[in-house]
Design a protein around this ligand. Sequence first.
Ligand SMILES: Nc1ncnc2c1ncn2[C@@H]1O[C@H](COP(=O)(O)OP(=O)(O)OP(=O)(O)O)[C@@H](O)[C@H]1O
Ligand code: NI
Length: 425
Amino acid sequence: MTEDILRVTNLSTRFFTQEGQVNAVSSLDLRIERGEIFGIVGESGSGKSVTARSIMDLIESPGEITSGTIEYRNADFAAAVADDYPDAVDGEFVDLLAVPERVRQSLRGTSFSMIFQDPESSFNPTLTVGEQLAEAVEVQRRASAQPRSTSARTNEYSFKNYLLSTVLSSQRYVSDESRERAIELLELVGIPDPVERADQYPHEYSGGMLQRAMIAQALAGEPDVLVADEPTTALDVTIQAQILDLLDELQAETEMTVLLITHNLGVIARMCDRVGVMYAGEIVEHGTLEDVFDNHVHPYTDGLLGSVPNLDGVAERLQPIHGNVPSLLDHEMEDRCYFADRCPKAMEDCLEHPQEFDASGSEVHKVQCVLAETEYDESRAVPDDYFADPAQDTTDKRADRDGDEPDGPPQRAESPIDSAGGDRQ
Ligand SMILES: Nc1ncnc2c1ncn2[C@@H]1O[C@H](COP(=O)(O)OP(=O)(O)OP(=O)(O)O)[C@@H](O)[C@H]1O
Ligand code: NI
């Protein structure tokens, strides 16, 4: 029996901008099992990175998590915070949004790690790669030197000590063992001549090598959960494949849990156990690979998959979906299915926001679409020009903004799914 390691419930993340409130993530639910690779796929701007950054506590002003819980399962951690923050603890789970920021941050590196599309952002250009890896190893050493659970149980333990032992150590002392471990890590991620490489600076590494070094840095703390946001998008195809193989191998070896974000369905098919399809800040369909690739219900999933019928024949390039990527500005969003204006099967029912339904296939297959319960009925279809009607406030604005002919139906415009400079460049 696998158990959940992460439970995200009703998560909403908003950005309060000059133009108005951006609903980047809306009432999102997500459950990730220990040891799995869970993929999130969706068009550019659908909220994938904001979801990842919310989980990693990396949302900055003008952004804010406005609702929800992010529960992380770790019995030792739950025991360590139970006295000070009893309301945050539910069995072995701790709601990370219900503990102070410094407590959440104590988990960085050792429980949660993140890798990004752009490895430069993870490295300080003025320190050698080896020094920075050794630094990350030290954080892990300090954390494991403090036997969290035992001391918590004997009550001789205070949470403050735990913090001091992990993040707040002001000493930048790096031991020989840490340096050795750094070299081992470089070797582990397939960097040739790791001893020499450890003494080089980030700019002396190629893109692919630095990506490997970033993975080494993320693994230094032996995290439970690795969040990878488009980790290979910026790399050429051969290097992409190598890095994905590496991640796959490391995941199998360490049994860590991976949340993998991509807009490349080929990457999902190759790597993931389960997948969530994101649209307009929501996960609109999720399930096993078979559920989503072969038995999907949501017309958006269908659109994403384009002409690709099944798991065996995933195309490398996604097909464009007709229509505009939705505005996430609160005052432009209606309380309907956010995909209805682009959906070839939109019915009157879709003018209300759909709930999540069970879908056929595996037990974990869920979909936010009325088609899970209702056959498509043409007599109840939303008229083709419904969302183009100038009387409809929202589409009017969108047409203006995009410089479309205001009287043409917006679904004529094409928005290639990989317009963000996307997959397989
Ligand atoms: N700092 C910010 N300020 C204002 N809006 C933001 C900010 N960061 C993200 N957003 C908005 O949040 C929404 C979701 O963005 P996000 O980066 O999560 O998309 P994504 O799915 O990761 O897209 P991509 O595939 O292009 O990386 C977008 O509408 C974006 O404009
Ligand atoms: Ni992103």
